[in-house]
Design a protein around this ligand. Structure first.
Ligand code: AQP
Length: 332
């Protein structure tokens, strides 16, 4: 079935999930969240804070509760509009875990064992290789197909997971008949944002982030500690903006980034100047969201209401999918 064939779908649907790992960093925003905001105007957009996924690594109940609130407040502060999109918490729609179980029965274990993230997590938390780490991509596939989403705005780091979702959809459709569309990833112009080390992707677990909602002194420390062009030793050495992560980050935040790059190339400006300017531009860019985030964090009940409304709004879609899937799989 193509998504156009479903009469309940008026605009193509998109879905994306984000872990409640606290307030987001600029990699989350540049790689995914700014697409969430943009696409809510063009699509029927559903966004989910994936707390079940977070349980595979986070076992502190208070922290999980707080971080879920922080992520919700952050997404709203960055521009998600509950009138234009649906924002909800994964565990508020228990259909997700039921569908994940059903999809597991069409997913060979070998597909899951070869997932790069599973291998990375096994190495990074060797004392906690829980079953959820292995089946994480199946739950992710369930999240997406529950709403028959055709597009998934994500960063490039999610490419392998999305490909696996497509394989799971193909396996299900082949066994039980056309049911789910194969989801396609949509990327922003910055699909992989490098961290402050300038080498690895910006990531909370690595600790190389620039945190959008952190106090100004923390942001200053994060930006001033960034690794620049390692071949530029002296202040008078010409810089190479193509390889300097500070220069690269000016591109999304500074309309005059070419002038800034020229300053680096000619050694008119030094790395410290370029970092200070980046801090100023990032603070300017996020001034409104930062103020709005503080307001939302002061009103947790208001945020909870938005999340509860979201979960309720999509209940009929989730239930319709489960009825169809149970029927097709032969469950009475
Ligand atoms: N560095 C990045 N560049 C581009 N996109 C990124 N995303 C994450 N990091 C980058 C995208 O942000 C969305 C949410 O990702 P997530 O749910 O994995 O959130 P996170 O746990 O906060 O992201 P981290 O910090 O990257 O997680 P860990 O520490 O687990 O490595 C996704 O669409 C992702 O692609």
């Amino acid at each position: 079935m193509t998504i156009e064939a479903d009469p309940t779908i008026t605009r193509p649907r998109i879905f994306s999930g984000i872990q409640p790992s606290g307030a987001p960093h600029i990699g989350n925003d540049l790689g995914a969240i700014r697409n969430y905001v943009k696409l809510q105007h063009e699509y029927e957009a559903i966004y989910c804070i994936v707390d079940y996924h977070a349980l595979t690594s986070l076992h502190d109940p208070e922290r999980l509760r707080r971080q879920t609130l922080e992520m919700a407040a952050a997404l709203l502060a960055l521009g998600l509009d509950p009138e234009r999109c649906t924002l909800f918490v994964q565990s508020h729609r228990p259909e997700h875990t039921e569908l994940a179980w059903l999809l597991m029965t069409v997913t060979p274990v070998s597909w899951l064992e070869r997932t790069p993230t599973y291998k990375e997590k096994k190495a990074s938390q060797p004392d906690d290789v829980n079953h959820g780490l292995l089946t994480y991509p199946v739950l992710q596939a369930a999240d997406i197909v529950m709403y028959k989403a055709s597009l998934v705005p994500v960063g490039k780091d999610q490419a392998a997971h999305l490909e696996l979702s497509r394989e799971i959809v193909r396996a299900f459709n082949a066994r039980y008949g056309d049911t789910f569309p194969e989801p396609l990833a949509v990327h922003t112009e910055s699909p992989i944002v490098l961290g402050t080390d300038g080498i690895r992707k910006m990531s909370k677990s690595i600790g190389n982030t620039i945190d959008i909602f952190a106090p100004e002194d923390v942001l200053r420390k994060q930006i001033m500690s960034m690794v620049t062009d390692t071949q530029r030793i002296l202040r008078t050495d010409p810089g190479r903006p193509e390889v300097c992560n500070v220069c690269q980050l000016h591109r999304p935040y500074s309309a005059d980034f070419e002038r800034i790059w020229e300053g680096e190339r000619t050694a008119r400006t030094g790395c410290v100047d370029t970092k200070k300017l980046l801090l100023a531009r990032i603070l300017e860019h996020y001034a409104e969201p930062r103020a709005r985030y503080a307001e939302l964090m002061d009103d947790p009940d208001g945020v909870d209401r938005i999340l509860a409304d979201g979960a309720e709004r999509i209940r009929p879609m989730a239930q319709a999918t489960m009825t169809e899937v149970r029927e097709k799989m032969g469950l009475r």
